[in-house]
Design a binder for this molecule. Sequence first.
Ligand SMILES: Cc1cc2nc3c(=O)[nH]c(=O)nc-3n(C[C@H](O)[C@H](O)[C@H](O)COP(=O)(O)O)c2cc1C
Length: 370
Amino acid sequence: MSSKLFSPFTMRSLTLPNRIMVSPMGQSSAVDGCATDWHIMHLGHLAISGAGSVVVEATAVNPNGRNTALDLGLWSDHQAEALDRVLKFCREHSDAKLGLQLWHVGRKGSVLPGWERFRPISIEEGGWEVFGASELPHPQRNQKVTALDDEGIEKTIGDFVSAAKRANQLGLDFLEIHGAHGYLIHNFLSPLTNVRTDKYGGSLENRMRFLLEIYDGVRAIWPDEKPLGVRLSATDWVEGGWSVEDSVATSKELKSRGCDYVTASSGGSVPEQDIEIGPNYQVPFAESIRREAGIPTVAVGLITEFQQAEDILQNEQADIIALARGMIFNPRWPWHAAIEFGEEPAFPVQYERAHPKMRKHDFLKSKREV
Ligand SMILES: Cc1cc2nc3c(=O)[nH]c(=O)nc-3n(C[C@H](O)[C@H](O)[C@H](O)COP(=O)(O)O)c2cc1C
């Protein structure tokens, strides 16, 4: 039986050559929101990994939407030009389909990078005003949070739309809206972080309004032939918080609006989260959303083994497998998986002599230059 991991997957007019997706990974390596040489290396080597698709890291739609001052942004033409250089490099050497994740960090913003333990920085130190669904500060950070008012909500939606227009001009194949990990959209979704009393707070219908308005705004300008997905934290892992049932209900709404996939991540909302972590720990969420909302899902989180990934697909728990840390640890994961399943990995010509079949003695004898 041929492997499902290496079978194509079509959404709208886009066919992913296989089901392996490189999960978005923020690098905190941009300058003024512009991609740098680090991104050429990072995305370049992931693009030649043999994965069918690569998602560019969470990219801020406005300056206040950044986590750190080193995050990628897409609110200026200058930033688009810098990213264009990286994307051109990837396309020159790889057929992997390229997506990008659009993002506003919400109340988790204005901090130093992870390797400096996300220490909050004040405006005097070069930080910026932090916005959220409500004024509730992040419990582990002593930062003032301004609740977005109607004007702020409208402007933020407009910023998502403007960034999406730039993403389209850059020729990105697909787009993902980041609605997970306690960032701005998730901040609106979760009853633990949204205590608004207007039409964006209270009932589930009200709390998902912000996400749906962003989705509708982006979908309206994003070409019909290109997929648009959403990443959700399927649960807050807290009693009384955002739940898998809420994620299913939201995914049904997204599906009715034409959403092409939901990535089932989890957590990030509040420190009290009690996560049962282990291999496949988020796969049941991808499975529930897929089955109950009838929408394609991406499974992510501690998927590290070839057969593990294949089984998730064979068991119809998800349609695509996303890997993050595993791809950093072994950027040739898809090559090895392909060899394991008897498939033909996508090798750039410069590297084809590393293919096991090219290492055979006979080959070397016949091809060696004299
Ligand atoms: C360095 C790093 C940066 C990340 N940045 C993002 C990001 O920009 N957007 C996002 O949705 N998730 C981000 N994540 C989460 C991953 O995409 C993924 O969901 C998570 O690491 C679980 O998958 P894994 O077990 O394969 O690493 C990041 C993870 C890592 C390790």
